[in-house]
Design a binder for this molecule. Sequence first.
Ligand SMILES: C[S@@+](CC[C@H](N)C(=O)[O-])C[C@H]1O[C@@H](n2cnc3c(N)ncnc32)[C@H](O)[C@@H]1O
Length: 439
Amino acid sequence: MQRTSISSSRRTVLEMVSRTRCRAASSSIRPRPQNRSYADSPTIAGGKLAQIIRDSIRATGPIPISRYMQFCLSHPTEGYYSKGDVFGRQGDFITSPEISQIFGELVGVYFLTRYLAKGGKGPVRVIELGPGRGTLMDDVLRTLLNFPTIADKIKEVHLVENSLKMQKLQGEKLAARIDGRGIDLKWSDMVDGIEDSDAFTMVVAHEFFDAMPINLFEKREDGLSTSKNAGLRLAISRTPTPLSTVLPATSPRFAKLPIGSRIEIAQESFKITRRLGEIISAKGGGGGAGLIVDYGGDRAYGQSFRAFRDHKIVDVFDEPGSSDLTANVDFAYLRESLKGVARPLSPIPQSQFLLSLGLQARLTSLLASAPNDARREDMRKGAKRLIDSTGMGSEYQVMGIEPLGAAGEAEEEVYPFPARAEVLSEPVDVQSGVDIPVG
Ligand SMILES: C[S@@+](CC[C@H](N)C(=O)[O-])C[C@H]1O[C@@H](n2cnc3c(N)ncnc32)[C@H](O)[C@@H]1O
């Protein structure tokens, strides 16, 4: 990205974002323009959680954005996901598994192909991070259970979810699917709760990493400084902080940032992805395969932190806990986290992933058995939306995770990911890799 095209590139990013999460209403609702600096965000009194956050700041001083996000999304009683169902047309956003069953079915098909490619023997466990209503897991299981080669091998379903209300929804959804099959259903509130296993581990995270806390850094002459939330507005710390000293050193790409640029760094995402790689590659374990699907790209972002409510973008400080906070996923950072632990695959656009795995054929078969024209139209629209090259098909990326091969062994090509050499030691081109901050 050239500096001369800063404003148009930023517009592109914001418009893309609004289509992604406002799908049900994108034609009628325009998001609020956000062409201003974070530091200009107004101070807004609002709600019980705002008071809790202010009290915390009063007691211990300014908090980093990551802490603010944790408060807003995961506070046990006032957090966004702690309050209940926020999905679907009636909720704040709608996601791919909720749009079409084909999404989860093809994720299941991918995992089946990886299991068979590794010999198709031994027990299987299926893990999902951030399972929402449980729709994706339900579709994956339904698909896998249809194949006799694997149906009786599935021993465990493990959900990583920190909202008790969401856990309840997930349990209700999946109880019937696993009933009488000897499948153990368990929850952890973080990946640390997942143990290494001799089972082949299938792990999927769909729209999970975009909800992980980020911190925002600005490159200064004297190094990188971090933004903090003080009194519910953003302020840049005048001096280096522990975060600004440690985090930017975690990727060689960040060292080359031009002075004045801002980057969002999701340290939790780095740690979690690395742990997933360890689980899949564990020595003496059953191996496995991972899929991360989210919006973002193979690059860092500087201005993607945003809030959604009722399918619209709202100010990130507007009534904390009542809107979804999110940031684009830096897939290059996730790939970097796997260095020496597991093998990252691409990412590729969602449309490429789904079409390669047979979306068209599956749609044709579903249409043939649909009860009426209205249902057929629904199915067509849903499938089209998933692969729309101007929307979800390109905005969402799919990254695979495979165990590391033995030293000296040629890397197996994993369909539908293109074979390509991973050059993790070289930083990306910073000019095209990072949004330039508001001037
Ligand atoms: C955007 S939703 C995605 C839901 C689902 N994967 C889908 O696509 O419909 C994020 C999910 O992650 C969960 N979640 C958010 N932050 C979390 C955290 N720190 N630890 C565990 N789960 C979290 C939420 O409760 C929710 O289930």
